[in-house]
Write a new protein. Structure first.
Lengths: 476, 160, 504
C-alpha cells in the first residue's frame, strides 16, 4: 500500500516563496532560465500585491510638516507600516498649498485655497498615511499623544528643539511612557549647537551644506550655483533618517530599548560633497563648480546638440529644450572610438591617457569639439550614431520622455493608482525593487482630519461623545 | 543707492531686469512701456554706467514690467516686442495664466477629482469617512463670501 | 605618531601655482566657542526656560559623547563587491558606520576609484604612512570602516573562495553589469541556495532587466552615474533656463557636481536592505534580492514632476536658483556671493518686505502695493517670481552675506549664505556639531571628512573609525577567520593570481 505523506507546503507553492527549483507556473528550472527573465519574474510588478510587507506591525506617528520629516513616514508606509500623520486642525500641513507655478491642484483643500485644492507639492511625501488632527497647545493634547505613543514603534517630529519638551511630549518624557520608542528629530540645523533655532528649508540645506558650492557652471564661464531639482536634500535626508530608524529597530530587538536620532539635513548635504573636504583639509584647495562635465573622468558629461526632435511642438520644453545628450566614453578604447566618430583623431593622439584627458584644458577642448560635431544633428541622431558604434550615450529625458519610456512602465516604477478619493493618479514612488517584500504605494493622500474617527475611535477606543467634545474645544 | 534692477523709467513703467541675466551685462535695454532704449553696464551686480538714453536698437528686452501709477497694470512675459519670451515654461506659453487650474480629467482622459465631493446621486464613489467634509466644507459653504476660517491676507488672522 | 610628517604650522599661503596648494594646514582656523559660553543663554531663552532640555541633549546626543556606546548593526557582515560606482560605497559606509563589519572585495589591482584623482592631479594623493601607497581623496572620503581584501573573481578558484565567504555574509552588495555574477556562478540564485538568509543588493543605473537595462559599451565600459540621472528627468529640471541666463553662461540643464544619483541609490538601497533585514529577523528567516537603480531612486525624489505631466501634460522646466512652488525660496546673487532667503508663509513674506523696506522703500512699495501679489498662491506665478526676486536682488547687491543674514535673522526669517567648502569647514555650528570632523587615521594621518548624518543618537550613534584602507590589508585576517586559509596557502593563491600576498 502506498503511504501518502501529506506535505502541507510543497516547495514553490506559496506565492511569495521564491521558486528555487521550479517555477510553479511553468515548471521550468529556475536555475536554467536566462538571467533577465529570472529578474523579471522575481521583481514582477504585477505580482506586487501578492507579496507580504516588510514592516508588518510597525506603527509610526508623524508629527511633521513640509517634506523632510513626512517622507520618513511615507516610506515606512510604503514598506508596510501603519503611519499616522498628525496635523494642526483646520490649517493642516503648509505643504498642502504649494503647487508648481500655482497650477496643479487636487482636491481636497486647505483653508487657504478653498476652491482650489491641495497642491502637487504634497504628493509622495504623504502617501499611505492616516491623517488626524491635534492641537498641541491644548492641555488635553498631551494625554492624547501619550496614548498614541504607547502603541507605536517610532515617531518623527520637526519642530524647533525644545518645543515638544515644553509641551510635555519631548524625548525625556516619552521614553518613560514607552521605552521602546524610536524618536527621530529631523531638522535643518539639528537639536543642539549655536544655530539650533534657525529654521531651515531644503534650499538652505543645499546652500549651507555644500551642494550649491559644487553644482552649476563655473564662475569663470559666467555661471552661477544652481539649485538641484525641487527639493533634493529634503527627500534624501528623510531617507537617511529612515536608515537610522531601521538600524535602531535592529538594535532594539536585542535590548528592547528605543533611541533618539537627531538628523540635520545640512549634514546630509555635506556628506554628499565627495572629495571636497579631504582635499581642503590636507591641501587647502577649495573645490569649485564644474558644470556639466566630470572632475574625475573624461569624457563623461552632457553636451548640447543642434536641434531637438520636434521643433514645431507648441510646448517649448519639447521644441527647444530637449536637445541634450549624456555621453560617456572614459576608457581609452571608447575615447578613441569617439574621436574617430567625430572626425578628430588628433584629439586621440594628444590625449591618449586618462590622466591627460581629465585635465581642465583638455576637457574644454574635447567637449567643444564634441559640441561642434553635434551642432547640426538632433538629439536622437546623436544618440543613435553613438549607440550604433557601441558607445554609451543616453538622452536627457524630460518628463514626457520618461512617461513615454517603456522601460519604467515595465519595471513598475511608474504606476497608475486608482485612488479612492482622487481617481487616476500617476505615482512614481517606492522604487527600490525587492523580491519578497516590495514596497508599494497604496493611496495618495487624504483631507485634513479625515481619519480622526478611524484612529481616535476605532484604534484608541475613545467614545464618540468625547471626540465631539474635543472637536468643539478645537483640540482636534 | 544707484542700482537699478528695477528700472523706473520716467514714463511711469517699472522694468524688471532679472538679476542673473544682468549680473554681468553691458548693453542696451528697451523700456517696455514707452520703447525708449537705454544703455547699462553692470559688473558683478554693481551699476557702473547708469541708464544713458541712446537712439539705437536694443540688445535685449526686460522680462516683465508694470506700472504703479495705473494700479500695477502689467506687461506680461513674452509680449511681442516689449518683453522677452520665457521658454522655460512647462507647456505652451499661451496656455499659461498663473491661475490655478482645476481639471476633472487627467492626461489620459480618466477621472481625477479636482472639485469638491459630489453628492451620492452623482454616482461617483463616496465614503462614509469623508461625509463630515461634505457637511463642513461642501461647495455651498465655500461659495459664500465669508466662511468660517477664511484667512485675511496681510493682516493678523482673526482667532476663532 | 606621525607628527614629524605633518607639521602643525599655520603657513601664510600665497597661491600662484598648483604647487603652492600642497602644503598641509591646521583645522579649524578659528576654534568654536566653548560650551559654557554658547549655552549661557539657555536659561534666558524662552524656548527652553530652565535649560533642562538643552542639558539633556548635550549630555546624551552630542557626538563627542558617542565614544564607547554600542553599535546598532553589531554582528552583521557585509560583503561589498562594488567597484567604480559610488552607490555601493555609500551603502557600505552607512552600514559600516552603524557597526556592521564591512569587507570590501576588490580585484587584484584594486578598485579603480583609488586612482581617479580630481583633474588627474596626482599631487592630491593621500599616502599611506607605512608603505607610501597612494590613494585618491575620493576613495578616502567614501569608504569608511571597511576592511579590504583582494580576490580575483574572474578565476574559478576566486569564485569558490567567494562562495565560501558568502556563507558567513548577511548582506552582499554588488554593481557589476547585469548578469555578470550570475554567469560566474555567484549570483543571487546560486548563493541563496548556499545561504538562504542572504540579502543580496544590486546597484546600478537603469536596471537589470527591461528594455533599457544597464549595458556595457562595445569595449566593456560600464554605465556610471549621470546616466541614471539623465534618464530620470533630474538633469532636465536642474539648472538655469536659457531665458534667465544665456546658454553660453550656463543656461543649460545641469547635472549635480557630485554623483548624487549614486548617493541616492545607495541610500535607497540601504533602506531596502534594512527593511529586508527587519523582515528576516522578525518574520521569515530568509533573505531577498534587492535592486536599487539611480534612475528610479531619483525618480521618487522628483516628487511630482512626472505626476504633473500625467495631470495635464505639463513638462517640468528648470528654473535655476528659484523655486516654482514657493515664494520666497531662492538664492540670488549678492555683494560677495549668493544669499538664500526662505519665507514660504504669508507672515514671513511680509517680514522680508519689512527688512527690504528699511533700505529700499521704493522696491518694497512696488511689491507691497501690487494687488496681484496679495494672494499667497499667486506669488508662485512666473510674474510674481520675477518681480519678487528682482527687488530682492536689488536689495542684496548692497549687502554682503553676513549683513543680509543678520538683518533677516533678526526678523526670524530663515536666510543663509551659499557657503563655499572652506567656509563650511570653518562654520561654527558645523564645527560644534561635528558635521565636518578630523579623523586621525592610522594609515593616512589627519584627514578632514564629512561626518555621518546619523552621528547624533542617544544609544547607538554612527561613528567613523577609519577612512580608506590600503589595498588588501586584511587579506590575512579575513582569510584566516572566515575561510581557514593560512599564509602558506595564500602564497600559493597569490602565485596563481587569485589574491595578493605581501610578505614573501
Amino acid at each position: 500500500m502506498e503511504k501518502k505523506v501529506w506535505d502541507p507546503s510543497p516547495p514553490g507553492s506559496w506565492s511569495f516563496d521564491p521558486p528555487r527549483d521550479k517555477d510553479p507556473v511553468t515548471g521550468e528550472d529556475m536555475e536554467k532560465i536566462p538571467f533577465e527573465e529570472y529578474c523579471r519574474r522575481m521583481f514582477d510588478p504585477d505580482k506586487l500585491w501578492e507579496k507580504p510587507e516588510a514592516l508588518k506591525g510597525w506603527r509610526h506617528i508623524s508629527s511633521t510638516m513640509y517634506i523632510l520629516s513626512p517622507h520618513v513616514g511615507a516610506t515606512l508606509g510604503e514598506f508596510g507600516a501603519e503611519v499616522i500623520k498628525v496635523e494642526m486642525p483646520k490649517l493642516g500641513d503648509p505643504m498642502r498649498h504649494t503647487s508648481p507655478f500655482n497650477e496643479a491642484y487636487l482636491w481636497p483643500e486647505t483653508d487657504h485655497r478653498p476652491q482650489v485644492g491641495t497642491g502637487m507639492g504634497f504628493l509622495h511625501a504623504n502617501d499611505n498615511k492616516y491623517f488626524i488632527t491635534l492641537d498641541y497647545h491644548a492641555p488635553e493634547a498631551k494625554e492624547l499623544y501619550y496614548d498614541l505613543i504607547r502603541i507605536s514603534d517610532s515617531m518623527a517630529e520637526c519642530y524647533r528643539p525644545g518645543t515638544f519638551y515644553r509641551w510635555g511630549i519631548g524625548y525625556p518624557q516619552l521614553k518613560e511612557v514607552n521605552p521602546r520608542l524610536i524618536y527621530i528629530y529631523l531638522g535643518g540645523f539639528g537639536n543642539y549647537g549655536p544655530r539650533r533655532y534657525g529654521g531651515s528649508y531644503d534650499i538652505l540645506g543645499q546652500a549651507v551644506g555644500g551642494l550649491a558650492a559644487i553644482t552649476g557652471w563655473h564662475e569663470d564661464f559666467g555661471g552661477h550655483p544652481t539649485k538641484q531639482t525641487n527639493w533634493l536634500i529634503d527627500w534624501y535626508s528623510g531617507l537617511t533618517g529612515l536608515i537610522g530608524v531601521l538600524a535602531a529597530a535592529h538594535y532594539r530587538r536585542k535590548t528592547g530599548l528605543g533611541t533618539f536620532i537627531d538628523l540635520s539635513q545640512i549634514s546630509c548635504s555635506t556628506r554628499a560633497t565627495g572629495y571636497a573636504f579631504p582635499l581642503y583639509g590636507r591641501f587647502g584647495v577649495v573645490r569649485q563648480r564644474w558644470g556639466n562635465w566630470d572632475t574625475l573622468l573624461s569624457v563623461h558629461g552632457i553636451i548640447m546638440t543642434g536641434r531637438t526632435d520636434d521643433p514645431e511642438h507648441p510646448n517649448p520644453q519639447i521644441s527647444v529644450e530637449s536637445r541634450y545628450v549624456m555621453v560617456s566614453a572614459f576608457q581609452d578604447d571608447d575615447f578613441r572610438e569617439l574621436c574617430y566618430i567625430i572626425g578628430r583623431p588628433d584629439l586621440w593622439e594628444k590625449y591618449s591617457s586618462a590622466r591627460e584627458r581629465v585635465k581642465p584644458e583638455a576637457q574644454i577642448e574635447i567637449y567643444r569639439a564634441l559640441e561642434e560635431w553635434a551642432s547640426d544633428k538632433s538629439r536622437s541622431e546623436v544618440v543613435e550614431i553613438l549607440n550604433n558604434a557601441g558607445l554609451i550615450a543616453v538622452p536627457v529625458f524630460s518628463a514626457k520622455d520618461v512617461y513615454e519610456c517603456e522601460h519604467f512602465w515595465e519595471r513598475g516604477t511608474l504606476r497608475w493608482i486608482d485612488d479612492p478619493i482622487f481617481g487616476d493618479v500617476l505615482v512614481h514612488g517606492a522604487t527600490v525593487k525587492m523580491s519578497e517584500t516590495p514596497p508599494r504605494v497604496k493611496w495618495v493622500w487624504r483631507p485634513i482630519g479625515a481619519d480622526n474617527i478611524r484612529i481616535y475611535h476605532e484604534l484608541l477606543g475613545y467614545p464618540l461623545p468625547k471626540l465631539k467634545e474635543l472637536w468643539e474645544k478645537g483640540v482636534i | 543707492m544707484e542700482m537699478v534692477y528695477y528700472w523706473e523709467h520716467e514714463c511711469g513703467w517699472v522694468n524688471y531686469l532679472d538679476p542673473y541675466y544682468f549680473w554681468n551685462f553691458e548693453g542696451k535695454v528697451k523700456c517696455a512701456g514707452c520703447d525708449r532704449v537705454a544703455r547699462f553696464k553692470f559688473v558683478n551686480g554693481m551699476l557702473l554706467e547708469g541708464p544713458t538714453e541712446v537712439d539705437e536698437e536694443a540688445d535685449v528686452l526686460p522680462l516683465y514690467a508694470d506700472n504703479p501709477n495705473r494700479g500695477y497694470e502689467a506687461i506680461k512675459v513674452g509680449t511681442e516686442g516689449k518683453t522677452r519670451p520665457f521658454y522655460g515654461l512647462m507647456r505652451d506659453p499661451s496656455t499659461y495664466t498663473g491661475k490655478a487650474r482645476i481639471r476633472t480629467e487627467n492626461f489620459r482622459g480618466k477621472f481625477i477629482r479636482a472639485t469638491p465631493n459630489q453628492p451620492k446621486k452623482a454616482g461617483v464613489i463616496e465614503s462614509r469617512r469623508f461625509a463630515w467634509i461634505d457637511r463642513t466644507k461642501s461647495k455651498d459653504v465655500w461659495e459664500n463670501d465669508d466662511y468660517p476660517g477664511k484667512p485675511v491676507y496681510g493682516k493678523f488672522r482673526k482667532e476663532e | 605618531m606621525s607628527d614629524e610628517k605633518y607639521e602643525e604650522k599655520y603657513v601664510e599661503l600665497e597661491i600662484n601655482d598648483v604647487k603652492d596648494t600642497l602644503l598641509p594646514r591646521p583645522w579649524p582656523v578659528t576654534e568654536p566657542r566653548k560650551r559654557e559660553e554658547l549655552y549661557a543663554p539657555w536659561v534666558k531663552d524662552p524656548r527652553d526656560p530652565d535649560g533642562s532640555y538643552g542639558e539633556f541633549v548635550e549630555e546624551n546626543i552630542h557626538y563627542k559623547k558617542a565614544v564607547g556606546k554600542p553599535w546598532a548593526l553589531d554582528g552583521i557582515i557585509v560583503l561589498d563587491c562594488t567597484v567604480m560606482g559610488m552607490a555601493g560605497a555609500i551603502a557600505a559606509s552607512y552600514l559600516g558606520e552603524l557597526g556592521a563589519t564591512v569587507i570590501k572585495v576588490e580585484p587584484i589591482e584594486g578598485d579603480p576609484q583609488r586612482y581617479w584623482y580630481p583633474f588627474g592631479r596626482e599631487e592630491y594623493a593621500f599616502e599611506d604612512i607605512y608603505t607610501g601607497e597612494k590613494v585618491s581623496p575620493t576613495f578616502i572620503h567614501e569608504h569608511r570602516n571597511e576592511y579590504s581584501i583582494t580576490l580575483n573573481l574572474e578565476t574559478e578558484k576566486g569564485r569558490e573562495i567567494f562562495k565560501r565567504l558568502a556563507v558567513h555574509a548577511d548582506i552582499i552588495l554588488e554593481n557589476y553589469p547585469p548578469g555578470t555574477f550570475d554567469e560566474w556562478g555567484i549570483g543571487y540564485r546560486q548563493l541563496s541556495r548556499i545561504n538562504p538568509r542572504l540579502i543580496y543588493a544590486w546597484f546600478g543605473q537603469l536596471g537589470q532587466w527591461g528594455s533599457m537595462k544597464d549595458r556595457t559599451s562595445k569595449y566593456g565600459q560600464w554605465m556610471l552615474d549621470p546616466v541614471g540621472l539623465s534618464a530620470s528627468e533630474y538633469v532636465h529640471s536642474t539648472g538655469f533656463p536659457a531665458d534667465l541666463l544665456p546658454r553660453e553662461f550656463g543656461g543649460n540643464p545641469t547635472r549635480s557636481g557630485e554623483w548624487v544619483g549614486d548617493i541616492v541609490a545607495g541610500v535607497w538601497g540601504t533602506v531596502g536592505i534594512l527593511a529586508a533585514l527587519y523582515y528576516r529577523e522578525n518574520v521569515s528567516g530568509r533573505g531577498q534580492f534587492i535592486e536599487a537603480t539611480s534612475a528610479e531612486s531619483y525618480m521618487e525624489i522628483l516628487d511630482f514632476n512626472i505626476s504633473w505631466y500625467a495631470y495635464d501634460g505639463s513638462i517640468k522646466a528648470r528654473i535655476g536658483g528659484w523655486d516654482p512652488n514657493l515664494n520666497q525660496y531662492a538664492w540670488n546673487p549678492c555683494k560677495d556671493g549668493y544669499m538664500m532667503i526662505g519665507g514660504q508663509s504669508d507672515r514671513l513674506w511680509y517680514r522680508i518686505l519689512q527688512v527690504i523696506a528699511q533700505e529700499d522703500p521704493e522696491g518694497a512699495r512696488l511689491i507691497a502695493e501690487d494687488p496681484f501679489l496679495k494672494e499667497m498662491a499667486a506669488r508662485n506665478a512666473l510674474e510674481g517670481l520675477i518681480k519678487t526676486y528682482t527687488v530682492t536682488a536689488h536689495w542684496l547687491v548692497n549687502n554682503t552675506r553676513a549683513e543680509a543674514e543678520a538683518k533677516m535673522n533678526a526678523r526670524e526669517v530663515a536666510a543663509a549664505p551659499v557657503l563655499m567648502i572652506d567656509e563650511i569647514a570653518e562654520y561654527e555650528h558645523f564645527v560644534y556639531r561635528g558635521h565636518v570632523i578630523e579623523v586621525m587615521d592610522e594609515h593616512y594621518g589627519r584627514v578632514l571628512v564629512s561626518n555621518s548624518p546619523l552621528a547624533h543618537q542617544h544609544r547607538t550613534p554612527a561613528r567613523i573609525k577609519w577612512v580608506g584602507r590600503p589595498l588588501g590589508l586584511d587579506n590575512g585576517e579575513i582569510f584566516a577567520r572566515y575561510l581557514g586559509i593560512g599564509p602558506e596557502e595564500m602564497k600559493k593563491l597569490a602565485r596563481e593570481g587569485v589574491t595578493t600576498w605581501y610578505h614573501e
